[in-house]
Design a protein around this ligand. Structure first.
Ligand SMILES: Nc1nc2c(c(=O)[nH]1)N[C@H]1C(S)=C(S)[C@@H](COP(=O)(O)O)O[C@H]1N2
Ligand SMILES: [Mo]
Length: 386
């Protein structure tokens, strides 16, 4: 596996190894040079729009221009905590499974670690990402390890009327609900059917290290295919219920409000943020001598293609790189660009395996949406070439 502290692109290793083995002092060929672009060799042309300093400080959002490895190192991972970021000692902690189960129980971290280990690389995106022009780095692609949720639920023996699995975090805050001020823990739920997806894990490691406090130590849910909000951190309790859960982060916040036209009438739909939507961004423009390349990432679906448009030019197909074929990870892409001096607008659109295209920024689906979440429209970014 690639080292996190000193990421060396795999292709670079191959090239260096090949040259050394052959006793040659060759430079990468043009083909390889393209792939190396965007790592250390080439100059990055800064975007006109700078990263938002407040969001960088508060949420550690990814600065796309600094993206240089497919696995996001922990230091580059954005983080969100609606009720702060609790620091939990392992000795004070356990996980409870309760509610409508035949065998309620608790687990220590050691007991969870002793269970079968399951790993997944998952691109976790905040559903608020892209909701404002300055918030475009709320996404990371990390390798998580833990134990399967479905087996834990099965062993607990979900009762006949258990339909909803609620995940509670240790973090809590005061909420006002129709005149009542109550203390609530962060919580989100999945239907039992969704929770039984064998891909969902109770994760205790990220990138081969124990979870950092900010990312949920000692345990969090990792639900590949779901927006960040479903991935409950600082997990303390899993509860089976016979009704849908209507907590703040299911039913009040993280609700997408959208106008839809039905037979000439407007219908307002309110849907809880859930599964991820297809998305892509141009990450950076690099120069190598006279040649330029545009690099980016696409995620949120089984990515079959990415197309890039500069100014009023034609859409051109980018070359897909690492991550292709895995619907739960981002796919890197790149495209050569014969740039001319001046200011240019660069936009990308991802296409999934069923031919669905990432919506344009002015697609009615997005224009008729009144809330900030699920803003996955095509992103246009500007550069100035000297
Ligand atoms: N307990 C708890 N879990 C949480 C949150 C939270 O505020 N509390 N925020 C959620 C949101 S909105 C996102 S986007 C992801 C972010 O995960 P990260 O901080 O590891 O990047 O955590 C989710 N899990
Ligand atoms: Mo989020």
């Amino acid at each position: 596996m690639m080292s996190q502290r000193n990421p060396i692109p795999r292709r670079q290793v191959l090239i260096q190894g090949g040259a050394a083995a052959a006793g040659l002092a060759v430079l990468p060929t043009d083909i390889f040079r393209g792939w190396l672009a965007g790592f250390d060799q080439e100059a990055v042309i800064p975007w006109v729009q700078r990263p938002h300093p407040g969001l960088t400080e508060r949420m550690n959002i990814l600065n796309w221009e600094e993206l240089d490895s497919w696995i996001t190192p922990v230091r580059q991972m954005f983080r969100v905590g609606h009720y702060g970021s609790p620091v939990i000692a392992e000795s004070d902690w356990n996980l409870e499974i309760g509610g409508l189960v035949d065998r309620p129980r608790t687990f220590s971290l050691a007991e969870l670690r002793a269970r079968p280990r399951q790993e997944v690389v998952f691109t976790l995106e905040c559903s608020g990402n892209r909701g404002r022009p300055s918030f475009i780095g709320g996404v990371h692609n990390a390798r998580w390890a833990g134990t399967g949720l479905a087996d834990v639920l099965t062993e607990a023996g979900v009762q006949e009327d258990g339909i909803e699995v609620v995940f509670f975090g240790a973090d809590e805050g005061e909420e006002e609900i129709r005149g009542n001020t109550v203390t609530q823990n962060f919580a989100r739920s999945l239907s039992l059917e969704d929770a039984m997806d064998p891909g969902i894990i109770l994760a205790y490691e990220v990138n081969d290290e124990p979870l950092p406090n900010a990312h949920g130590f000692p345990l969090r849910v990792i639900a590949p295919g779901w927006y960040g909000i479903a991935n409950v951190k600082w997990l303390t309790r899993i509860e089976l219920r016979d009704r849908r859960f209507m907590g703040k982060f299911m039913a009040r916040d993280y609700v997408t409000l959208r106008a839809e036209e039905r037979d000439g009438a407007t219908v307002w739909t309110e849907t809880s943020v859930g599964r991820v939507n297809i998305n892509s961004v141009p990450a950076k423009v690099t120069r190598n001598g006279a040649g330029y390349a545009i690099h980016g990432a696409a995620w949120g679906a089984d990515i079959a293609g990415v197309e890039v448009r500069v100014d009023e030019g034609p859409w051109r197909a980018a070359t897909l790189g690492e991550g292709q074929g895995d619907p739960h990870t981002w796919t890197f892409w790149r495209i050569d660009w014969d740039a001319t001096p001046g200011r240019h607008a660069i936009v990308s659109r991802a296409i999934d395996a069923d031919g669905n295209v990432q919506p344009a920024a002015d697609d009615p689906l997005l224009v008729n949406k009144r809330t900030y979440w699920e803003s996955n429209g095509q992103l246009t970014r500007n550069v100035v070439i000297d």
